[in-house]
Design a protein around this ligand. Structure first.
Ligand code: FE2
Ligand code: FE2
Length: 284
């Protein structure tokens, strides 16, 4: 997608959020390459409420630390830079949309739970399907794949909520209904936002294409990895509360792109089920 053309098409209808300042500071320290873990830990510890939540997530079962970390420098050293940056982003970006209440059938809290679960599932996909990308990168893309929905709801409120409500009532995919009613969809908006936030190109593309199976590359790529995580997260949330375990079939394009082995997929569903049950502990 040509993001300049889309920005024009939005015609000032949406206000795109800036990345929270603490995330920019951490990103700059990491990008600079000369900062120590201690300096990065200090930048986070300088915002105590944020630091407390970062520690809570670091101590969730997802990161399976052997013993709990109670101090930021320790967390930075144990998690490593990539995972730490993603956790900081998770906490800070959740704050950006914390003020949003429900609108029609659009529920921001549920969407954030879905985003965190998708991120965790993406991070669990075996690396052989990732074409050289790292689980921490897959985690980050999973976290932001639906960010466009928050941005659209924040700007358009009832107009966006109506699109979600109708999509659910009619059983039509949300991105299709969004385009039909608003002229653009959350994947496109997500691409714009993640580009503005300076996320790596592969992340920007994966967010923008996560509902475009025709763009999945053979041999797997980040877009297909995130589409798979999204698929599994939706299945789990739809079936586990009812104590069912239904795996809806993967789209042909996704199957062809990743060629994921049946037992790898089965293990992914099992892990996803455990993560779903622990979602409160994961800081969702
Ligand atoms: Fe989506
Ligand atoms: Fe999603």
């Amino acid at each position: 997608m040509n993001t300049d053309a889309l920005a024009k098409r939005l015609g000032g209808k949406l206000s795109l959020p800036s990345l929270p300042e603490v995330v920019v500071r951490v990103q700059n320290l990491v990008k600079g390459g000369n900062s120590s873990m201690a300096e990065i830990g200090d930048a986070i510890a300088g915002d105590p409420p944020l630091a407390a939540r970062v520690l809570r997530i670091a101590n969730s079962s997802y990161y399976s630390l052997r013993s709990p970390v109670i101090e930021m420098h320790h967390a930075a050293a144990i998690l490593g830079l990539d995972a730490l940056t993603t956790v900081v982003m998770q906490v800070a970006v959740a704050d950006l949309f914390r003020h949003l209440g429900k609108g029609g059938m659009f529920n921001p809290r549920e969407l954030w739970t879905h985003s965190v679960l998708t991120a965790q599932i993406a991070g669990c996909i075996p690396v052989r399907y990732m074409k050289g990308y790292k689980p921490t990168e897959a985690h980050m893309v999973g976290l932001f794949h639906d960010i466009g929905k928050f941005v659209m709801f924040d700007s358009l409120r009832g107009e966006y909520a109506d699109a979600v409500t109708l999509a659910k009532k009619e059983g039509v995919p949300e991105h299709v209904k969004e385009t039909e009613m608003l002229g653009f969809n959350h994947a496109e908006v997500g691409e714009l936002v993640t580009k503005r936030w300076g996320l790596p190109q592969m992340a920007v593309k994966a967010v923008g294409n996560h509902h475009s199976p025709q763009k999945f590359k053979p041999g797997g790529d980040m877009t297909a990895v995130v589409a798979l995580a999204n698929h599994v997260a939706k299945d789990i949330a739809a079936t586990l509360p009812k104590r069912e375990s239904t795996h809806t079939p993967l789209d042909r394009e996704l199957k062809d792109s990743l060629e994921i082995a049946d037992d790898d997929l089965e293990k992914l569903y099992e892990r996803a089920g455990l993560l779903w049950m622990d979602r409160e502990g994961a800081g969702a």
